[in-house]
Design a binder for this molecule. Structure first.
Ligand SMILES: C[S@@+](CC[C@H](N)C(=O)[O-])C[C@H]1O[C@@H](n2cnc3c(N)ncnc32)[C@H](O)[C@@H]1O
Length: 257
């Protein structure tokens, strides 16, 4: 039985609207995207397979917002209730509506958006990268510190540059090819984990004032309200440091001469 038949039949039997539901399940199992209570934004949501999986996995305390330029038949009795935004993601008004609907920070942005296929490989690739960049921009606007992004893209020459741009704003980015993707497909998902909102990046050098002592005895410095732990220094000292590691909510730095 081909991969297509297997997942198509399974979706029919299990009541999923699209075989792509299994791709999201596999992405979640690989990368941990849909924990209970999370707020998820699903871009390119029609007909709703990913919405079904997202709603099941974030549970009653979570929220799901589905966005598509096509209408999505509302899910029957979803828990949690799923909210819908109809519009084209390249349109600023759609992004405004998403922002208003989420009304705060999202924990995960998902994009399964795909361009209308022309069959011309380079063009389809370029259009998919364009959609992925739109998803990245929505994610940069909506995700709180530590938030995650998973975005579909067709493999091709601009993939590396896209991945490098995503790496700027997240702890790490990896390429995932779910088993449920069709064998011959060039699609893959870039999964970006732990959005970084720090004003500094690993490798930056700066002068900081140590303002406090942390629980483990490290000096604590603040950069625009962001905490940097610096070992071997005391409160009151002003030191030049190099940033060694950035976490979503704090970072580490070492003194340099
Ligand atoms: C592969 S389907 C998504 C399937 C969905 N994840 C599911 O499980 O049911 C891709 C969707 O992306 C949507 N899409 C493509 N370009 C878009 C855009 N510019 N704005 C909004 N939606 C878009 C299409 O309308 C289509 O419904």
């Amino acid at each position: 039985m081909s991969g297509k038949d297997e997942y198509y039949n399974k979706a029919k039997q299990q009541g999923y609207r699209a075989r792509s539901a299994y791709k999201l399940q596999q992405l979640d199992e690989t990368a941990g995207l849909l924990g209970e209570g999370r707020t998820a934004v699903d871009l390119g949501a029609a007909p709703g397979g990913w919405l079904q999986v997202a709603a099941e996995r974030v549970g009653e305390r979570g929220r799901v917002v589905g966005v598509d330029r096509q209408s999505v038949e509302p899910l029957a009795d979803p828990a949690p209730p799923v909210e819908y935004v109809r519009g084209d993601i390249t349109d600023a008004d759609t992004v405004r509506q998403i922002r208003e609907t989420v009304d705060g920070e999202a924990d995960v942005v998902l994009s399964d958006m795909a361009p209308n296929m022309t069959g011309e490989y380079d063009l389809d690739h370029a259009r998919s990268v364009h959609l992925a960049r739109q998803a990245l921009s929505v994610a940069e606007e909506l995700l709180g510190p530590g938030g995650d992004l998973a975005v579909k893209v067709f493999d091709g020459r601009d993939l590396e540059a896209l991945q490098a741009d995503m790496e700027e704003g997240f702890d790490y980015v990896r390429q995932v090819r779910p088993e449920a993707s069709r064998d011959a497909s060039s699609e893959l998902y870039l999964v970006a984990k732990h959005r970084l909102t720090a004003p500094v990046r690993t490798g930056d050098r700066l002068t900081v004032e140590v303002v406090d002592e942390g629980e483990d005895g490290d000096g604590v410095a603040k950069v625009e309200g962001f905490t940097l732990f610096v070992p071997g220094v005391d409160p009151g000292e002003t030191v030049e440091v190099a940033v060694t590691e950035i976490k979503p909510r704090y970072g580490f730095a070492e003194c340099v001469d």
